[in-house]
Design a protein around this ligand. Structure first.
Ligand SMILES: [Mg+2]
Length: 321
């Protein structure tokens, strides 16, 4: 309770008729509570695959990555391509079992965007040819392949991205941020491209937080469960992602909101939404053809605090709902 409000309450306590004083106290407390509920809300957006069309942007990445794999293996394209396509089909058929392996744990599904998919494919291709068997060397090599080819990616925003961001920026009741694993500067450049001179939208660049490391599972915060089990998924979904938590917590404290006033929107439940959902936030899953069925089922089973976003034109009403 603020000092000003306390002063007002004390003033009425000592100066007013007791019945009138109680009525005013109740009224002020109600207003305070209403203000907390109706006050500013925090909206956190993922970027790649949520605002952008990751499949379209990733086409040159996939081509470059596949060519690098072929060169590293010293094989002809006709030898590598069938193995690569077979690996892709196996991964698509078993989205729950094939994931982004980080520090020995699966931290996200491998199917949802081309960047994660190529990493899982590369692992199977290396296994097939018996190459780069040392785990550390292989992980480093795949980090290099990611970095080396990411710069090839194009810029392709989803339909309605500009309007969606403009509407959120113009909404005085919302504080909106982009929180992403990608590098801050790369994302800012894309937003500047999208803004096309719109100053309000360009100002979104100030609210881009890159390098969020949503994939880092390390045991903190310990006030949330270590993991959650999703029906239809045989492995756990890990929740203690300290780097991501610290970003969200800082934004929440900066904007003086409770978790109930936080909405997080992303295209991968496990990576973007599982932690904030566990903390009490509302979450919106931007779905695409690769969204795992078990993620869809979880969202459908928790309508009070979770929902689907089929198109960016639905974001404004989802945030307001
Ligand atoms: Mg994403």
């Amino acid at each position: 309770m603020s000092g000003v409000l306390l002063y007002i309450l004390l003033f009425f306590f000592f100066t007013c008729d007791k019945n009138e004083e109680m009525r005013l106290i109740v009224c002020l407390i109600q207003q305070q509570m209403k203000g907390r509920v109706m006050g500013k809300r925090l909206v956190v957006l993922d970027f790649d695959g949520t605002i952008t069309d990751a499949e379209e942007e990733g086409k040159p990445y996939v081509t470059g990555y596949a060519e690098d794999l072929r060169l590293l293996l010293g094989k002809k394209a006709e030898e590598v391509t069938p193995v690569l396509l077979s690996a892709e089909a196996e991964i698509a058929a078993n989205p729950g079992e094939n994931g982004w392996l980080y520090n020995g744990l699966i931290v996200a599904p491998a199917t949802v965007d081309p960047y994660l998919r190529m990493r899982a494919i590369a692992r199977r291709v290396f296994d097939h040819f018996g190459a780069y068997a040392d785990r550390t060397d292989r992980e480093r090599l795949m980090d290099f392949l990611y970095t080396n080819n990411y710069s090839l990616s194009g810029v392709a925003f989803k339909d309605g991205a500009c309007q969606m961001l403009c509407e959120l920026c113009a909404n005085d009741e919302i504080a909106v941020y982009v929180v992403t694993n990608s590098h801050t500067e790369g994302v800012r450049k894309k937003i500047v491209t999208l803004s096309a001179g719109n100053d309000e939208l360009a100002s979104m660049c100030e609210r881009v937080i890159g390098g969020a490391k949503k994939y880092l599972v390390d045991g903190r915060p310990d006030h949330v469960a270590e993991s959650v089990t999703l029906p239809g998924l045989s492995r756990p979904v890990y929740l203690r992602r300290s780097a991501y938590f610290e970003v969200l917590e800082r934004l929440r404290e900066t904007n003086s909101v409770d978790w109930e006033a936080v909405t997080v929107i992303g295209d991968i439940f496990e990576l973007d939404l599982a932690l904030p959902f566990a903390l009490g936030a509302r979450v919106g899953l931007v779905i695409n053809q690769f969204t795992p069925e078990y993620e869809r089922d979880f969202i459908a089973g928790n309508p009070a605090r979770a929902g689907f976003i089929n198109s960016l034109s639905e974001v404004q009403s989802f945030v307001s709902g």
